[in-house]
Design a protein around this ligand. Structure first.
Ligand code: MF3
Ligand code: CO
Length: 290
């Protein structure tokens, strides 16, 4: 970081003098209490204008998930879900972020039962009574990114799978409630893990939440198995996802090389995931996409 003079223009682009703008904000991060903790660089502190643009992206993202929610059921193919998301997103002037992302072939991820995440939609895959499916939508509008996912129960689902879906949602909200300015990224994972394990489930370690807004996947990495008080300092203006993947059985997952994307539980037992996009505020947090 280059040293900025107190009378220089602030790094945030406000046009105000640094001493009248973000000087106190930066000083707070210098506090010795944060020694050893990664501190977000200025790029990760979003301006009010950037936040507005990301909220517009999130409105489309949430709309796409609502559109799916109104239609999904027994007999839906995962390709139909892809078509709905693609059509909804494009007709709202946006781009599905997954499409062509690092070679991903579709517009949405659909992850059924033992699929942990990144399931690829297919016209051969028909949703059956009793299945649980995660639909993960990500949107680019005007260059700004949004990302959230929801679980859907198809027809009548066993009480065991229903409980997994509910506890995973609760775990995500426990993580959300742990978000507070000048707390730590590790507080989130600690809260998620405690809730999942108290209910007899295990938490996927290899994948986590991520900074989002200016990029699809940015810093910080948000582990769902972290320790409270560890990791990057949470600073107002940071935005990231919380997206725990919770397994009914063992935590271990495997990455399917045959399609390069699908992640599955090693023991074949079901996994659930919910994803929320959140902004750190001076008071606590604000949900951006869910
Ligand atoms: N939407 C996923 C996430 O929550 C990322 C999917 S990458 C894709 O981070 F290429 F598979 F779409
Ligand atoms: Co995500």
């Amino acid at each position: 970081m280059t040293k900025i003079g107190r009378n220089d223009p602030c790094w945030c682009g406000s046009g105000k003098k640094y001493k009248k703008c973000h000087a106190a904000f930066d000083a707070k991060l210098m506090d010795p209490a944060f020694n050893g903790h990664p501190v977000p660089d200025h790029r990760l502190i979003l301006s009010a204008e950037q936040i507005e643009k990301i909220k517009a992206s999130a409105a489309v993202n949430k709309g796409a998930l609502d559109y799916v929610a109104e239609r999904i059921g027994v007999g839906t193919t995962t390709q139909e879900i892809d078509d709905w998301v693609h059509e909804y997103t494009v007709s709202h002037g946006a781009i599905p972020a997954p499409l062509n992302y690092e070679g991903y072939p579709k517009s949405v991820c659909t992850s059924i039962d033992e699929v942990v995440c990144h399931g690829i939609p297919s016209s051969d895959r028909v949703l059956k009574e009793g299945e649980i499916v995660n639909v993960d939508c990500s949107t680019i509008l005007d260059g700004y990114y949004s990302d959230s996912s929801r679980m859907f129960c198809i027809g009548v689902v066993s009480p065991e799978k229903k409980r997994l879906v509910e506890v995973t949602r609760e775990a995500m909200y426990k993580g959300l409630e742990a978000v507070k300015p000048y707390g730590f990224v590790g507080d989130i994972g600690a809260a998620v893990k405690a809730h999942a394990e108290a209910n007899g489930y295990s938490v996927v370690r290899e994948l986590g939440g991520h900074g989002v807004g200016l990029e699809f996947h940015d810093d910080p990495f948000v582990s769902h198995v972290a320790d409270a008080g560890e990791g990057m300092v949470l600073v107002p203006g940071m935005m990231f996802t919380i997206e725990p993947m919770i397994n009914m059985g063992e935590a271990d997952v495997w990455f399917d090389d045959s399609d390069g994307w699908t992640v599955r539980t090693v023991d074949g037992q079901p996994s659930a995931q919910w994803e929320i996009q959140v902004l750190v505020t001076t008071e606590g947090y604000e949900v951006i996409s869910d």
